[in-house]
Ligand binder design. Structure first.
Ligand code: FEO
Length: 165
């Protein structure tokens, strides 16, 4: 039986994942407005991925006979000073999510809740991937600085990202 405390913590994580989706959706809008459609596409895929993270946890709580309780989602920022600033904010956010996942694992281990600890392993691995993909774009954007041509080349690359369920 999953504990009430663990269910509460997982419900909080659903909220954090939905906030992540909301943040990246706001970033998509920022890039759309600035005519950087490849960057916007990358954020659109990111938004969809965050929705799947939330629904994985949602399904897991149900599978363990816990109760899913949705809460309000905080308003995200809607503007950034530059594409680099947006991706730096994204990287900082992913580090925050990684920290949250680690704390969930610690809670599950502390409760000897092996099923939840095993479920969370997917998220531990996913966060390595998430941080890595964002920091690579941050580093590229730092390299190109104010070169519009190079920015458009990155935009072209990011247009190719596809959502895989
Ligand atoms: Fe669901 Fe980007 O962490």
């Amino acid at each position: 039986m999953i504990s009430e405390k663990m269910v509460r913590a997982l419900n909080d994580q659903i909220n954090a994942e939905l906030y992540s989706a909301y943040l990246y959706y706001a970033m998509e809008a920022y890039f759309q407005f600035n005519n950087l459609e490849g960057f916007a596409n990358w954020m659109n895929v990111q938004t969809k991925e965050e929705m799947t993270h939330a629904s994985k946890i949602y399904d897991f709580i149900n599978d363990r006979s816990g109760r899913v309780e949705l809460a309000e989602i905080e308003k995200p920022s809607v503007n950034w000073a530059s594409p680099l600033a947006a991706f730096e904010a994204s990287y900082k956010h992913e580090q925050f999510v990684t920290d949250r996942i680690n704390k969930l694992v610690e809670l599950a281990n502390g409760e000897k809740d092996h099923a939840t600890a095993s479920f969370l392993k997917w998220f531990v691995d996913e966060q390595v991937e998430e941080e890595s993909s964002v920091i690579k774009i941050v580093e590229k954007l730092k390299l190109v600085k104010d070169s519009a041509g190079s920015l458009l080349m990155i935009d072209h690359q990011l247009a190719k990202r596809e959502f895989k369920a």
